[in-house]
Design a protein around this ligand. Structure first.
Ligand code: GLN
Length: 537
């Protein structure tokens, strides 16, 4: 199998959108009929991003096979619809862990273990791994961080070696940089790009393609200058100007020929443009959907990236309901009974966000109560669902001290409790119920209707605590129904109050599986209810 490998590195600054460029290129190659996968290499030492504070790296995205990964994998899936796995997300920590474990086992037979070749060999093995498990035409590897970081050096060395071994027809390097605009001089500056490429060249990597992020259109002159200084064809200097939506990036890249340049550099023909039909229909519909609704995102992280997948899922569902959804962040730490009405004013639906720990919990419970008592469409996700359950237990069942044992370990009414199997595990990392689990939907529920044909669904999880089944009968008799059950463990995965317009909480994270071409049914039905005020409309 002659799998080809594309490496995407970044220079000058972080946050330039390498993930979006990787996802866009993947999308274009996929649209041409190639079998692709996109993987991310993060140079930090954490074994996975599971224990990272969302303020540092944004949301933790979970794959169907239960890996806690970088949020860029979310972009890859939303763009291509192809599920990623634990093999698509690798950190320095994981690389070192496997090398050190092997060293402890004695696999290296007394050799001195070094960054080169042992760490670089392990990086190379990981780069090649996906294609050993499935037939792939292209593997796109995005390298986190910025050229010049000390910690990314082993990755770049591994790429240099691989490029040499694979040859130019099977490997390609794309470097993404930033061209700043100096307002005082009224000029776009290419020097940082030249410096960054020089650094890369110094490490033995000559990029074939440059993608320049810019806020202003680059003239042909500037592109020619960059090409000239960096040993790159002018046609291979692509500009990535700010666009109204990340979903327009693949089209922009296609118009400039990013995919065809990559193909021709690797000796493949590219006579036709890729067919982006359904994607273009989505963009068209998105543009036409100008009527805006506001949805309250009740959470503790005042940062777009912390709830990335939820925001994207709401946007997808908005487009397919011909509306523009604006997610308004409502800080749960500041919510009180007195100000909740004002904080939610102008919004037509509430999402109670996932989370861990006690900060901002009471505000989420107040939001759940407000949604329930005012019959506002309310969607609780994971921790959000748990808050709906606690609120119901306190205010309807009358257990004032009801809580999750995560927040109050001694409460007599632990309506959310730790799973039996998890009780003995004390280590923080990797002790959660992670990844896809089956869920059986109960006939006659709003949820069942939202999913359409499907009665047995699979959704992704990331949590330690669960609905406490000892209380199930009591909840149900008072009107909160358990409408999604895991058939193997009997765990409650979905609750709803069927007498309300749309009041649903899911123990799983539906936001991880909403894609541009396959929006998630629960988000679709939630937004529909928010627009029309009823699920029947
Ligand atoms: N903290 C809760 C639990 O561990 C919910 C986690 C989440 O919202 N992802 O069960």
């Amino acid at each position: 199998m002659d799998t080809k490998y594309i490496f995407i590195t970044g220079g000058v600054a972080s946050s330039l959108g390498k993930g979006i460029i990787s996802a866009s290129l993947g999308k274009l190659l996929q649209a041409r009929g190639y079998r692709i996968t996109i993987q991310k290499f993060d140079p930090y030492i954490n074994i996975d991003p599971g224990t990272l504070n969302p303020y540092e790296h944004g949301e933790c995205y979970v794959t169907a096979d239960g890996m806690e990964t970088d949020l860029d994998l979310g972009h890859y899936e939303r763009f291509t619809g192809i599920e990623t796995t634990r093999d698509n997300s690798v950190t320095t920590g994981r690389i070192y862990l496997s090398v050190i474990e092997r060293e402890r086992r004695g696999d290296y037979l007394g050799k001195t273990i070094q960054v080169v070749p042992h760490i670089t060999d392990e990086i190379k093995r990981r780069i090649l791994l996906n294609a050993t498990k499935q037939p792939l035409d292209f593997v796109i590897s995005e390298i986190g961080g910025t050229i010049g970081d000390i910690e990314s050096l082993p990755f770049l060395e591994a790429i240099r070696q691989l490029r040499w071994e694979l040859g130019p027809s099977r490997s390609l390097s794309i470097h993404l940089t930033y061209v700043p605009f100096l307002a005082a001089a009224g000029e776009l500056k290419t020097k940082p790009t030249q410096t960054s490429v020089k650094q890369l060249q110094g490490l033995g990597i000559q990029p074939e393609v440059l993608v320049l992020r810019t806020e202003h259109k680059l003239s042909d002159e500037i592109r020619a200058k960059v090409a000239h200084f960096c040993n790159v064809d002018v046609a291979a200097v692509i500009q990535s100007q700010d666009l109204p939506s990340i979903y327009e990036v693949p089209v922009n890249m296609m118009q400039q020929g990013l995919d065809s340049i990559c193909l021709s550099k690797m000796g493949l023909k590219s006579e036709h443009k890729p067919s982006l039909g359904p994607w273009l229909n989505f963009l068209e519909r998105r543009k036409r959907a100008t009527k805006e609704i506001k949805i309250a995102l009740v959470g503790k992280y005042n940062l777009q990236d912390a709830y990335k997948s939820i925001i994207e899922s709401l946007a997808h569902a908005g487009t397919y309901n011909d509306h523009k959804v604006k997610a308004v962040f409502v800080n749960s730490e500041e919510i009180t009974h007195e100000n909740i009405e004002e904080r939610l004013s102008g919004t037509v639906g509430i999402v109670i966000c996932p989370g861990f720990g006690s900060r901002g919990v009471e505000g989420k419970i107040i939001a759940a109560e407000y949604g329930r008592t005012h019959d506002i469409p309310t969607f609780g996700i994971c921790f959000g669902m748990q808050m709906m359950v606690i609120e119901f237990a306190r205010n309807v069942l009358g257990y004032q001290d009801a809580n999750s044992s995560e927040i109050d370990a001694t409460t007599a009414h632990n309506v959310i409790d730790m799973m039996e199997e998890q009780k003995n595990i004390t280590q923080m990392g990797g002790t959660m119920r992670l990844g896809s689990y089956e869920c059986e939907l109960i006939e006659g529920s709003h949820t069942r209707k939202a999913y359409g044909e499907d009665r047995l669904i699979r959704e992704r999880h990331r949590h330690r605590y669960e609905f406490n089944n000892l209380y199930q009968e009591e909840f149900e008799s008072q009107g909160m129904k358990c409408v999604g059950i895991n058939p193997a463990s009997n765990l409650v995965e979905i609750i709803e109050i069927p007498t309300l317009k749309w009041y649903i909480g899911t123990q799983f994270h539906p936001e991880y599986s909403s894609t541009v071409l396959h929006p998630h049914p629960l988000f679709l039905s939630f937004i529909k209810a928010c627009i029309h005020g009823t699920t029947e409309a």
